[in-house]
Design a protein. Structure first.
Length: 377
């Protein structure tokens, strides 16, 4: 089913379809979901093919959350259309829904929750390529997100490198020893108040969500357990002490320690985090960036003044860069100012750091139509 509305200068399609990868998921979450697709202003009057940018929402958010009204703040599509006016390249934006009854899937495949990475890579991309004039190769696709969405983008790049050539992570979960382990005491105390994790979940579902920051974290850790370890928490519920063999299962999913070879062919990996991130994600990003540079990955790493919340404005920085880094026509080479992104990253903990050539890449070419591949769709 397709519901189409005109929004701003571009068009927003709301597509409902069944994701085969989610059939029979263990949490009983919907198989038919709404996919939000934004078509840029020139799409309706042209016959060219467009690059695709998939945007992943953070934990406890959905694709619709990215379009919410907020006083004094543009939503994602309003922001993107302003960036178009400032010279950002045109792309089809794809906003998937990977929400679960626990608040999120981390965009991973797990028998305890369902196969959400496969849903994105196999179901969503296939649906989008069939419906729209996309550039249906990895060179024409980027994936980006914030927090859990940034984690999902990083893991997609690592695990399914054939799907996307440009990866973006705003404050993505990374460095689990730093960003996750420190809250085990907090969430263990929450579970205990409700007679255990199962009792806590029943109460949250009965009353329609968590009621405090501690309860929010407790629900998040249940979601992480289902994404990382078949529902197993990595600590003893009575003492809150680490159970090493269970914790190792969680750590195996940490981008800071996983094999990064899948990112070596990426045209660009963009990472940032606030210098005052409440979860310490700036430190995890630094660990990952050092590993990526050592593996010859094209990296653009930035740190900014601020924390984990209220940072949607950082898409002003990332969108022009990731779209400029895409291969808009695989039969032609990118201009030199874009290919210069490939090189050693310059990461700064005192201000904004960037890869060589990244400043030039923020001024995407307006000649996309001349470079894009024409197609019949």
């Amino acid at each position: 089913m397709l519901e189409q509305t005109t929004m701003l200068r571009g068009t927003v399609d709301r597509v409902r379809f069944r994701g085969a990868s989610l059939e029979g998921n263990a949490l009983g979450d919907p198989v038919e979901r709404e996919l939000i697709v934004y078509l840029p202003p020139s799409y309706a009057q042209s016959e060219i093919r467009y690059p695709v940018v998939m945007v992943l929402a953070g934990f406890a958010a959905t694709n619709a959350s990215l379009l919410n009204f907020k006083p004094w703040e543009q939503n994602l599509l309003e922001r993107y259309e302003r960036l178009l006016d400032e010279g950002c390249g045109e792309a089809i934006l794809v906003l998937p829904d990977c929400f679960t009854r626990l608040g999120g899937s981390q965009y991973l495949d797990s028998p305890a929750q369902g196969d959400y990475q496969r849903y994105l890579a196999d179901d969503v991309l296939t649906e989008v390529d069939a419906r729209y004039r996309t550039l249906p190769q990895r060179g024409g696709r980027a994936i980006i997100g914030k927090s859990s969405g940034g984690f999902g983008a990083l893991r997609m790049g690592m695990d399914r490198p054939e799907c996307f050539s440009v990866i973006g992570s705003h404050s993505g979960d990374c460095g689990f020893e730093l960003c996750i382990r420190g809250r085990f005491v907090e969430v263990a105390a929450v579970y205990e108040r409700f007679g255990g994790a199962d009792g806590f979940l029943r109460e949250v579902e009965r009353r329609g969500g968590p009621r405090s920051q501690s309860e929010f974290h407790a629900l998040e850790y249940l979601a992480l357990a289902h994404a990382y370890a078949d529902g197993e928490l990595p600590f003893d519920p009575y003492t809150a002490q680490i159970v090493p063999e269970k914790w190792e299962r969680w750590l195996a999913h940490d981008p800071a320690v996983r094999d990064v070879s899948g990112l070596r062919e990426a045209r660009l990996v963009f990472l940032d985090a606030g210098k005052s991130d409440e979860y310490g994600l700036q430190f995890g990003a630094r660990i990952l960036v050092e590993r990526l540079i050592g593996s010859g990955v094209a990296v653009d790493h930035e740190e900014f003044d601020g924390g984990h919340m209220g940072t949607a404005y950082r898409y002003d920085v990332s969108f022009p860069k990731i779209i400029a880094a895409l291969d808009l026509d695989s039969s032609q080479s990118l201009p030199s100012d874009t290919t210069n992104i490939v090189g050693l990253a310059l990461s700064s903990i005192h201000g904004v750091g960037h890869a060589a050539g990244a400043d030039e890449a923020t001024n995407p070419s307006n000649a996309m139509e001349a470079r894009a591949t024409r197609g019949p769709l």
